[in-house]
Structures are given as structure tokens and as C-alpha cells.
Design a protein around this ligand. Structure first.
Ligand code: ZN
Length: 115
């Protein structure tokens, strides 16, 4: 018996969508569970409700799923820096970031936009 799709999926592997060879039903498969889904269900949605579990612990996904860019003007020099946030992390065009891989601009944007 297949279960209905829960609000949240917790598993190690990300969910996948398959079509049952027996009855043609679309199913989401995650964490050894099979969930019945309708034909409009997308993998993007499943990924959005999915949280990876490793060793019984939930790994919170980054809140940033798309690349977003912000610009910050230096209060000291008036120079404008571009700060990029994306699934692979944050980046800034300032010299400080180039040296240290972190800088006050990223912290500022993070605080402002609660990233
Ligand atoms: Zn910076």
C-alpha cells in the first residue's frame, strides 16, 4: 500500500519520481517509502519539501536556492562591490574577500536579508 505524500520528506537520498510498471501510477520514492502523487507533481516541488537526513540528523538546506546578487557601496572609499549568494555559497568582489574568503559586506547582506 502506498502512502499519501507528507508535508515534509526526510531521507538521505533526494526524492525521485517513477511510474509504477504495474498500474502506471506516478510515485515519489524517498527513504524507502513510496508515495502516491498526482500527475502535476514536479520534482522541483518534491525537492523543496525534502530535507536530507544523515546519521539520523536533519541537514537543513540552505535557504538560498537561486543565485542572487546584491551591491554594497563601501562607506570608506565609495567603491561598489557585488555580493553573490547561491547554492554553493557566498562571494564578494572586494579585496578582503579575495584574501580571507569572508568579509563584512557578506555579513551585512546576510543580516539584512536574513540569509
Ligand atoms: Zn566584501
Amino acid at each position: 500500500m502506498h502512502k499519501p505524500l507528507p508535508e515534509k520528506i526526510y531521507s538521505f537520498m533526494p526524492p525521485i519520481i517513477i511510474q509504477s510498471p504495474n498500474d502506471g501510477q506516478r510515485l515519489a520514492v524517498a527513504g524507502g517509502q513510496w508515495y502516491v502523487i498526482d500527475e502535476n507533481m514536479t520534482l522541483d516541488y518534491l525537492r523543496s519539501i525534502w530535507t536530507r537526513i544523515v546519521g539520523g540528523k536533519a541537514i537543513e538546506p540552505s535557504k538560498v536556492t537561486e543565485r542572487v546578487e546584491y551591491t554594497v557601496e563601501s562607506s570608506r572609499t565609495g567603491e561598489v562591490y557585488t555580493i553573490t549568494f547561491g547554492p554553493s555559497g557566498s562571494h564578494c568582489t572586494c579585496a578582503g574577500y579575495g584574501f580571507r574568503r569572508k568579509c563584512s559586506h557578506i555579513d551585512k547582506i546576510k543580516t539584512q536579508h536574513s540569509l
